[in-house]
Design a protein around this ligand. Structure first.
Ligand SMILES: [Zn+2]
Length: 365
């Protein structure tokens, strides 16, 4: 239920106004408190401060010094689809550059998400997108917001009456009042995690009648590689994106609504033409993922990856090619630099995630 001590409830624009004022007042304090300089907002675009010469930051750390104008260009990008059970949580790390998180999984997954992020070297989140207010997407964000400073938060603007949503707003309020955090609604937002890594919000252009169809949909572009994240958007939202029209073509599709038959319509799939499709799903009573959707994806030529089968699914891009690693299952599909997707190394088998650890130096919580 709503908490009366939260005057900022349900009104993102008011929060934005408040936080802009707070930013002006508290900027010197924020600079002194955060592990790095806060991102600055310029006309809807967050620019991550540049990296000083000779200091390559670990993924997820804040690069750079304030006051310099040299742009940061990422050399690599990692996109982690976390196995949070029934829900979504996606970590994006530009190296060098910034860190973004899309959703945080259900409440029970929150501590594990925080542990995972810390294991990847995340000390601060430059961009946090909460696609919509359902608990399987924002529940874990309560822990995340309590554990990391967040520079910029975008959500759908759709309210909810759940205690989870109330706790989510309380956690945002703390970040905004602490300074260095802006809370925004999604319309046409763009964020640069590096000069060559762009997160573009494609929708919704307006709230729909359902929370699912109000999901924040965004794309991620790095060089010639691209990802499309759809939250729980269903067919009406997909149709709006097609009619707009929005740039939907992407290499990797985060399949909408956990593979529900109400998402991933044939026209939408024809617009996206994914090479890889990731279904973030766990034990559920909704029949997710639908065999209809899985068959549609396969027929469209996409390779389907499921978090309930594979565990965490991690893509790494150099701007031209993609590698994919799966933990808790068979892994290692290497995409050749020429852009051809080739199975180069079946180095891991089920139950041997250590190979993936060795290959990329990850520490799995
Ligand atoms: Zn969901």
């Amino acid at each position: 239920m709503m908490r009366p001590r939260l005057p900022l409830h349900l009104n993102a624009s008011r929060l934005v106004s408040l936080c802009l004022v707070l930013l002006l007042v508290m900027l010197p304090v924020a600079v002194g408190c955060l592990p790095g300089p806060p991102a600055t907002r310029r006309g809807g675009t967050v620019e991550i401060p540049p990296t000083p010469p000779g200091s390559e930051p670990a993924p997820g750390t804040t690069p750079g010094q304030p006051g310099t104008s040299a742009p940061v260009y990422a050399a690599s990008l990692r996109v982690h689809f976390l196995n949070v059970g029934q829900g979504d949580a996606i970590l994006i790390q530009s190296s060098p550059g910034g860190t973004a998180l899309i959703d945080g999984g259900p409440r029970a997954a929150g501590p594990g998400v925080v542990t995972y992020l810390k294991a990847q070297g995340v000390g601060r989140i430059d961009l946090l997108i909460a696609t919509h207010p359902h608990a399987d997407h924002i529940g874990g964000l309560v822990n995340v917001l309590g554990a990391f400073p967040v520079a910029r938060i975008i959500d759908s603007g759709m309210p909810h009456t759940s205690d989870t949503f109330s706790d989510f707003l309380s956690a945002i309020e703390k970040q905004v009042l602490a300074g260095g955090c802006v809370y925004e609604t999604p319309e046409s937002q763009v964020a640069q995690l590096a000069a060559n890594v762009t997160v573009t919000v494609l929708g919704p252009e307006r709230l729909a009648s359902s929370a699912n169809d109000s999901s924040v949909v965004c794309r991620l572009d790095f060089g010639s590689t691209s990802f499309l994240f759809t939250g729980d958007a269903e067919e009406p939202a997909e149709r709006a994106l097609i009619l707009a029209p929005k740039p939907l073509d992407a290499d990797v599709l985060k399949v909408g609504h956990h593979g529900s038959s109400t998402s991933t319509s044939a026209p939408f799939l024809a617009a996206v033409t994914p090479i890889h499709a990731v279904v973030s799903v766990g034990t559920n009573t909704f029949g997710h993922p639908s065999s209809i959707t899985l068959n549609r994806l396969t027929a469209a030529g996409a390779t389907v990856h499921r978090t309930d089968v594979a565990g965490h699914i991690i893509f790494e891009s150099d701007g031209e090619s993609l590698q994919i690693a799966v933990v808790q299952g068979v892994f290692a599909l290497l995409i050749a630099p020429a852009g051809n997707w080739l199975a180069v190394a079946a180095a891991g088998t089920a139950g041997s995630p250590a190979t993936a650890k060795t290959a990329w130096g990850y520490q799995w919580p």
